[in-house]
Design a protein around this ligand. Structure first.
Ligand SMILES: [Zn+2]
Length: 250
């Protein structure tokens, strides 16, 4: 099991490195593949040995080798976060088919988290294909739960659609599509994901207002909260749901 987790960590870090490119370039409508990475200040292309996930950032102490321009710690964070999520998924799901949709979900959620945080958008080019693949994968892996996954996605999307209609300016259509995607991946556990998303969102909103960082009217993207709630729901959703149901039966 241990070598398997090491491989997940390494491939997760490499994937995180790719996500950094996606997070930066996709919302700016730049090509993901060309030109290669370069320093924003001195334009020097990043050499392959300075582009090794996690290691290069640490060895370069977060600076461009050529001109010393600081490199945002975001790059390191995204690589480490993706690697860590992949390892936790490996521990939770083991070497089994459900690991594959779990890795896809986690990877796309890291991208959505940061893109929505930076630009207040959830790109269709991520959400739509990932949602379709997630639904197809879950139906292929557990065919007898097909209705659960389908209904979870459609009901979550409907819920967010109604919220967006009732309270315009809060939720957007991006959140509606993301909610559908989460339902297709999580099935009934999506309830836990959405609940935690609202909870984390409310706590963060109050904290930001108390700290004076955001006002009552400030715009705060909701995607990062949904993504965070969904990660917890992926790992612990079914158990939390059982616990929750148990409370009502007593
Ligand atoms: Zn430079």
């Amino acid at each position: 099991m241990f070598p398997f987790l090491i491989i997940l960590f390494a491939v997760g870090a490499i994937t995180g490195s790719f996500l950094n490119v996606v997070i930066y370039r996709l919302p700016r409508k730049e090509s993901i593949v060309s030109p290669g990475s370069h320093c924003p200040r001195c334009e020097q292309p990043v050499k392959w040995y300075d582009n090794i996930p996690l290691l290069s950032y640490a060895l370069l102490r977060g600076q461009c080798r050529n001109c010393g321009q600081p490199i945002t710690p975001r790059y390191f964070t995204v690589e480490l976060l993706t690697a860590a999520l992949w390892v936790v998924a490996g521990i939770q799901f083991g070497i089994d088919w459900p690991l594959l949709p779990a890795l896809l979900l986690l990877t796309s959620l890291v991208a959505i988290f940061y893109i929505d945080l930076d630009h207040y958008i959830i790109p269709n080019v991520i959400v739509l294909p990932v949602a379709v693949i997630g639904l197809a994968a879950n139906i292929a892996i557990t065919p007898d739960r097909w209705l659960e996954y389908l209904a979870a996605g459609l009901m979550s999307a409907t819920f967010f659609f109604v919220v967006a209609l009732v309270k315009p300016g809060g939720m957007g259509m991006g959140d509606v599509k993301l909610a559908a995607m989460l339902g297709f991946f999580l099935g009934q556990a999506v309830l836990v994901g959405l609940f935690l998303g609202f909870l984390i969102g409310a706590i963060t909103g109050v904290a930001l207002m108390a700290a004076g960082i955001k006002g009552r009217k400030s715009r705060i993207p909701f995607g990062p909260f949904l993504a965070s709630g969904a990660v917890v729901a992926l790992f612990y959703g079914d158990r939390l749901l059982e616990l929750w149901m148990g409370l009502f039966q007593k």
